[in-house]
Write a protein that binds this ligand. Sequence first.
Ligand SMILES: Cc1cc2nc3c(=O)[nH]c(=O)nc-3n(C[C@H](O)[C@H](O)[C@H](O)COP(=O)(O)OP(=O)(O)OC[C@H]3O[C@@H](n4cnc5c(N)ncnc54)[C@H](O)[C@@H]3O)c2cc1C
Length: 455
Amino acid sequence: MIRIIGGGLAGCEAAWQAARRGVRVTLHEMRPSTPTAVHHTDGLAELVCSNSFRGDKLDNAVGLLKEEMRRLDSLILAMAESTRVPAGAALAVDREQFSRAVTAAVESHPLINVVRGEVTAIPDATPADPVILATGPLTSPALSAEIVRLVGREHLAFYDAISPIVLAESIDRSIVFRASRWDRSFRGEGAAEPAGPACGVDDGQGDYLNCPLSKSDYDAFYDALAGAESATVHDFDTATFFEGCLPIEVMAHRGRDTLRFGPMKPVGLTDPRTGRFPYAAVQLRQDTLAGDHFSLVGFQTQLKWGEQARVLRMIPGLAQAEFVRFGMVHRNTFINGPTVLEDTWQVRGRPGLYFAGQVSGVEGYVESAASGLAAGMSAACAALGQTFVPPPRTTALGALGFYVSHADPSTYQPTNITFGIMEALPNPPRGRVERKTAVSMRALSDLEQWRQAQD
Ligand SMILES: Cc1cc2nc3c(=O)[nH]c(=O)nc-3n(C[C@H](O)[C@H](O)[C@H](O)COP(=O)(O)OP(=O)(O)OC[C@H]3O[C@@H](n4cnc5c(N)ncnc54)[C@H](O)[C@@H]3O)c2cc1C
């Protein structure tokens, strides 16, 4: 039997992968009896910030990783597809329906037993009875202390921040306009790879509401933002944020135009009333299937809630905005993967003990679920007395496992999947898109060979 601690994206995917190989699983989830600072429900696989699983095409790395997961019968991907909402070239979901679907699938599986309650000590693990720690960036303090004892060094911690969500009916439709950047839509060809950040800019193209700002609107907004009061971390120089998820006020402190080249980038967004790009723009992405909530794309923030309402209502179209959720800052807990893990996601020198998800040192919903998939397969092999050979580094899944276990530990930061951490092609085609697509084609072919050898 496998014990999995944490019923998030990684834990649920790991449980599913083990169970579909015929291995019995006990999945421990501490909510609702022990809450976290950012989860709101008792549902498994709750998405705590964006509702997007990012780009979904084979010329971007996260699109490839998702395709690999689909081919390995990922639960998270199947449930995401079934609760999909329009989001340009991205895969975005109705967060409540998604969590409910995952919860129902896991709870009704005959080989998975879900146990509610906090686990405060790391259970004994052996190859026959493996344990997977998948407790996420908000691992409870008691278990965090145990993990510190296990890995023999302090956790690294940095801050991350989440975006506000507004009620759709409170958006002024006479001011905002619906447009895709460069007119690309979900089915459209040639949509570019999102520029990396999980919470950041242009996360998929199309299906967005856009708030246009003139220069004077932008100047007034910038001045208000730069002078607004933050809730928690005041010291912008010493607080460590994941670069892809910087709070807007931190970006504002880097320079007057930083936001105009970041989440308020106007290029490619033609305002139908002027026929031109505005001076700056704020994009709103649909957050629920019913279309009643919209999130401010790339607008993660740690401003005090009163200050958020005051400053964000200066954005044209949001003067009367009602906030369903304000942005906030959170702590992110993760181990230094390269000093702790093998590329099988097993702890070095501790057969039967595994890490998966954000706590293992990956970054993002898809990457967390992917690591759960690999760790679940790996632990199931151990429980069945089989040898797990990790996927090749030419695949996105294999590259992620290799990065987590082999990157430079002295400068280690959790990573999103990128083509940069995958093995380069010996003779790459010339064009950027052609090169990325060729890497993806090789990956899918190698994944298929690996899968057949693994079965
Ligand atoms: C506030 C915030 C915003 C984020 N925003 C994004 C985003 O927009 N896009 C993105 O791609 N990624 C985002 N991430 C990063 C990451 O992708 C998510 O945290 C993702 O949910 C990680 O998946 P996971 O399975 O590792 O952890 P989680 O989904 O957090 O699951 C871990 C589970 O373990 C449980 N748990 C913790 N300790 C214990 C214990 N001792 N005993 C039993 N259960 C326990 C928790 O209750 C939780 O349900 C964000 C992270 C945070 C914290």
